[in-house]
Ligand binder design. Structure first.
Ligand code: COA
Length: 197
């Protein structure tokens, strides 16, 4: 029973019971994009935390999470809604440290410069799309929509590592040349390994 519920959520997204129209900030195709903040009703914050937990199940290497509590940090979950289901999730944070990167091959990047860029930037901490809605360009569109709502260019935002294979492809597709990445040395290992030549 639990297994079939988890599988259904993985495929079709979590069921949302609290969908206040006031938190709708944009449409992506026919879907509503909600922006959840400290000012959102507790029920919506906690439902967004459920979506974050679902997203974490597939990218457990990621440290950043959202538990629905009110914090001082800039941590903004965006939830993409289809009917009563959350089918997409983007978690935005902020960082003062980003590494300037450049792709040199599929899934392989190299550092540009020996020191991090110390400009404060929005960081895309997590992106998740329900399995049944993948490979249709939705992740790309919600990242672009979120950047626009945050008044940033996608190229000015930082992406939190480590990446999953699909996450890596998404970032490379969004930004095929230079991009900013955040994380520690271990987080960058996969994406920069074998790039020494
Ligand atoms: C990563 C994820 C968000 C991508 O969502 P999506 O809606 O399928 O991605 P899109 O359809 O917008 O694809 C965007 C680009 O990435 C590429 N891409 C995405 N997933 C890919 C995959 N599994 N294999 C190869 N390329 C992939 C697409 O081909 C597309 O490139 P293009 O624009 O050059 O054609 C989704 O696979 C997911 O939620 N995975 C589980 C969680 C996760 O890994 N999150 C990322 C953590 S770093």
């Amino acid at each position: 029973m639990l297994h079939s519920r988890l599988h259904d959520e993985y495929l079709n997204g979590t069921v949302l019971e609290h969908l206040p129209a006031s938190d709708r900030v944009a449409s992506v195709r026919t879907f509503a994009l909600l922006r959840v903040s400290n000012e959102s009703p507790p029920a919506l914050r906690h439902e967004a935390a459920e979506v974050a937990r679902l997203a974490t199940r597939e990218s457990s290497a990621h440290k950043s999470g959202y538990d629905g509590s009110i914090t001082d940090s800039v941590l903004l979950p965006y939830v993409l809604v289809h009917g009563s289901r959350a089918i997409g999730f983007v978690l935005i944070g902020e960082t003062g440290w980003s590494w300037r990167m450049r792709w040199i091959a599929p899934n392989k990047a190299t550092f540009v410069g020996a020191t991090p860029d110390e400009v404060s930037r929005r960081v895309v901490a997590r992106v998740w799309i329900a399995k049944a809605h993948r490979a249709q360009g939705l992740a790309r569109e919600i990242v672009e929509a979120v950047a626009s709502i945050e008044s940033r260019e996608v190229a000015e935002m930082t992406f939190q590592l480590p990446f999953s294979a699909a996450g890596c492809r998404l970032v490379q597709s969004l930004l095929p040349g230079h991009w900013f990445g955040a994380g520690d040395a271990f987080d960058f290992e996969d994406v920069v390994s074998s790039t020494a030549s």
